[in-house]
Design a protein around this ligand. Sequence first.
Ligand code: AP5
Length: 216
Amino acid sequence: MAMSYTRKLILLGPPGAGKGTQSERLVEQLGIPQISTGDLLRANRKAGTKLGKKAQGYMDAGELVPDDLIIAMVKERLAQTDAQRGYILDGFPRTTAQAEAMVENDIVVERVVNLEVPKEALVERLSGRRICRECGASFHVAFKPTRKEGVCDRCEGETYQRADDSPAVIENRLDNFAAQTAPLIAFYGERGLLQNVSGEGEMSDVYQGILDALTV
Ligand code: AP5
């Protein structure tokens, strides 16, 4: 029997939990877009937009970008045609104010998957992550190495280490997650939308855990 999955979801979890990694497969299987606020901000920086320039300092320091900028950016993205049938929100909302803004703007959430990974594993994952400059694909020097060092498997672009994946900034991002984003676990728990999923172990096992949590 074909399984049926919810199509308006949030992937919640600390930096390095695997939100981006798992979204790639969900996009393929569910046919809905991944809306990653981190990716949208990096695209704005690359294009040199006003938003990109404003966001730069916060991102490089591992601080959150102000709520009003993020909310406006997400509203614009959700208005596009491909998001009308569903979406995977990756990295949004990240504060209670952002979650409340979703309610005020009638942005529907059917399920919230909370990926749980211990801190030591997060640090190891973030420190070894490499990203393709051209297509944004994500790799890891030990856990998901590229076939040729420094070269993207997908498009042969050059891979690099994100500026915010340096040890001091990783610490700050994890602290900010605990202080500003972790309260959303209770927020969505109280509303009956939360599903905790283990983000530890093989990427394919984590994926299966997510699919189970999305079954309707
Ligand atoms: P963003 O880009 O969203 O960063 P993040 O939340 O810190 O998340 P990451 O992309 O670092 O982690 P991930 O969970 O996607 O992990 P991944 O799959 O890559 O945000 C960047 C910045 O933008 C923020 O700091 C902030 O300034 C700003 N921003 C963004 N959204 C905002 C918002 N809503 N409000 C305000 N500011 C905002 O995996 C990590 C690594 O681990 C990879 O190398 C991967 O290969 C590896 N890996 C994944 N799964 C496994 C596994 N099971 N086993 C082993 N390795 C694994």
